[in-house]
Design a protein around this ligand. Structure first.
Ligand SMILES: N[C@@H](CCC(=O)N[C@@H](CS)C(=O)NCC(=O)O)C(=O)O
Length: 153
């Protein structure tokens, strides 16, 4: 998994590099890798989807409402994003996900808000309308567990 993590992230980082004479070759190499590894990672994500925690309908309604103030900026095949998505499934959190890899508007929002294009990044709007941009998959998972995990989760 470690190789997969660094490889897929190198692929993502590479997309941001400016074009120089050697870049088309490197670009083609990483594109091929991405084409091969991407579907494998998505298949693995699908096959290992955790069962979501069960709440009472009332409790889930409250959680659903709270989730409306969060947005996950992500890449579909970023392993760190997959980790966060799986945790959201495990905690039954219907958080909106925005693709910051291919969608320029989303990437610009992420850059403007967080100051970087690194994903995953969770945008959280609190009750006062204050916005927080939380980066790093471990920090996001810790935040979600702290806020939403129940004893049964
Ligand atoms: N330690 C970070 C690593 C995140 C990371 O490396 N993300 C890569 C994609 S896999 C990325 O955002 N690359 C684009 C960039 O840095 O602008 C985490 O756990 O979230």
């Amino acid at each position: 998994m470690k190789t997969s993590l660094s490889t897929t992230c190198a692929m993502a980082r590479h997309q941001a590099l400016p074009l120089t004479p050697m870049k088309p070759v490197i670009r083609a190499f990483f594109k091929t890798l991405r084409l091969v590894l991407g579907p494998v990672m998505l298949l693995k994500e699908r096959l290992t989807q955790p069962k979501g925690v069960q709440r009472s309908p009332e409790a889930q309604d409250i959680v659903d409402q709270q989730c409306q103030s969060m947005t996950l900026y992500q890449f579909s095949t970023c392993p760190f994003c997959i980790k966060v998505r799986q945790e959201m499934r495990r905690l039954s959190l219907p958080v909106e996900k925005r693709d910051a890899q291919h969608n320029t508007a989303n990437r610009d929002e992420l850059l403007q808000g967080s100051g970087a294009t690194k994903v995953p990044c969770l945008k959280i709007v609190d009750a006062n309308g204050q916005t927080q941009w939380l980066g790093d998959s471990n920090a996001i998972v810790a935040y979600l567990r702290e806020r939403f995990a129940t004893p049964a989760a």
